[in-house]
Design a protein around this ligand. Structure first.
Ligand code: NAP
Ligand code: ZN
Ligand code: ZN
Length: 352
């Protein structure tokens, strides 16, 4: 076992603080990564505060991990010591079910489902997995990503969750050049959605509740920006969207967005709020055969595809670097939609 330093929530109503943890010895298929940067996802906050129920304390959050390989197991072929490596939201799955065989490990149908990077029962060492707010992590190479060398490393970290969670539905719902695509919410996920949809050639409309983000949205690649609280601005876009990706982290009325879809078009939810949305209007859906859907991160192969797509298009996250001990302040700012546009922890600042 190897000692690692981390930041953890001891209980839902406690701020995060330092915690020493153990990482398993490197097995034949494992890589040990010295973590350099870890992004701060709104899911980290939901989980640390037990907003979804089922959190197992202490919770060491963090699933947007980049670092350098420090040790590899005897059978590892994809990585050598010194390589850059990344870890996203999953560290294992059953690997034998139909979804796993199709490379959709996030939908693993095995009895334990997939192993989340934090707060999942740990298949290898018992207890619960601990995430990337930590100095090191040991992960099977099958769940470790190769990091393109041409991008700024700290700004790559958020691709491991915010990047793949927006890339995957944009691909699955077949967004094409010239499609009119809406992105709802300009936070960590939303700003990646804007960049990726624009790189796919879509006409991107950003919906925000924050008038102060209009100029940024355009700089990030949005062709139009709509203040979603303004009914007149919303009505001007009725029946016109090929696809809408909704990243909002809080409960809200979905109907004003559903009304903007063309016939047969889909709005996909990736935001996972603590409290449910009000039930959407059935009429809104049946009269135009519209769909409301959901999407969960993306498989390992697709995550590598997304990283390569971002390398090709020069896409990274817009980040604000924080010290590890600034995490509780960062959570408070995230709750006020005051993130530009992803906090990333510099792991060199971890207290030892
Ligand atoms: P974030 O950085 O906090 O961004 C969320 C954005 O939602 C805010 O910036 C804000 O955008 C908007 N918003 C917040 N409160 C709102 C409200 N009351 N009404 C309307 N809009 C509001 O969060 P994130 O890290 O992008 O994560 C977003 C959500 O996705 C979280 O619930 C997270 O758990 C979930 N998530 C899901 C998956 C998945 O696989 N499905 C993966 C990762 C994260 P504006 O200021 O522009 O309005
Ligand atoms: Zn996440
Ligand atoms: Zn499986």
């Amino acid at each position: 076992m190897l000692k690692a330093y981390s930041y953890a929530a001891a209980a839902a109503d406690k701020p995060l603080g330092p915690l020493e943890i153990q990482r398993r010895d490197v097995g034949p298929n494992d890589v040990r990564i010295d973590i350099l940067f870890c992004g701060v996802c709104h899911s980290d906050l939901h989980m640390a505060r037990n907003e979804w129920g089922g959190s197992n304390f202490p919770v060491v959050p963090g699933h947007e991990i980049v670092g350098r390989v420090a040790e590899v197991g005897s059978d590892v072929s994809k990585f050598k010591v010194g390589d850059l490596a990344g870890v996203g939201c999953m560290v294992d799955s059953c690997r034998t079910c139909a979804s796993c065989k199709e490379g959709l490990e996030q939908f693993c149908e095995g009895p334990e489902s997939f192993t989340q990077t934090y707060n999942s029962p740990d298949r290898k060492s018992g207890g619960f997995t601990a995430g990337g707010y930590s100095t090191s992590i040991v992960v099977d190479e099958a769940f470790t990503l190769s990091i393109p060398g041409n991008l700024e490393l700290a700004a790559v970290a958020p691709l491991l969750c915010a990047g793949i969670t927006t890339y995957s539905p944009l691909r699955h719902w077949n967004v094409q050049k010239g499609h009119k695509v809406g992105i709802v919410g300009l936070g960590g996920l939303g700003h990646m959605g804007v960049k990726i949809a624009a790189a796919m050639g879509a006409h991107v409309v950003l919906f925000t509740t924050s008038p102060g983000k209009i100029e940024d949205a355009k700089r990030l690649g949005a062709h139009e920006v709509v203040i979603s609280k303004d009914p007149a601005q919303m009505a001007a876009h009725a029946n016109s969207f090929d696809f809408i990706l909704n990243t909002v982290a809080a409960s809200h009325d979905l109907d004003p967005f559903m009304a903007l879809l063309k016939r047969d078009a889909t709005m996909t939810l990736v935001g996972a709020p603590e409290h449910p949305h009000p039930s959407p209007s059935v009429m809104n859906m049946i009269f135009k055969r519209r769909s409301l859907a959901g999407s969960l991160i993306g498989g390992i192969a697709e995550t590598q595809e997304m990283l390569d797509f971002c390398a090709e298009h020069g896409i990274t996250s817009d980040i604000e670097m924080i010290r590890m001990d600034e995490i509780n302040k960062a959570y408070e700012r995230m709750l006020k939609s005051d993130v530009k546009y992803r906090f990333v922890i510099d792991m060199a600042t971890m207290e030892k």
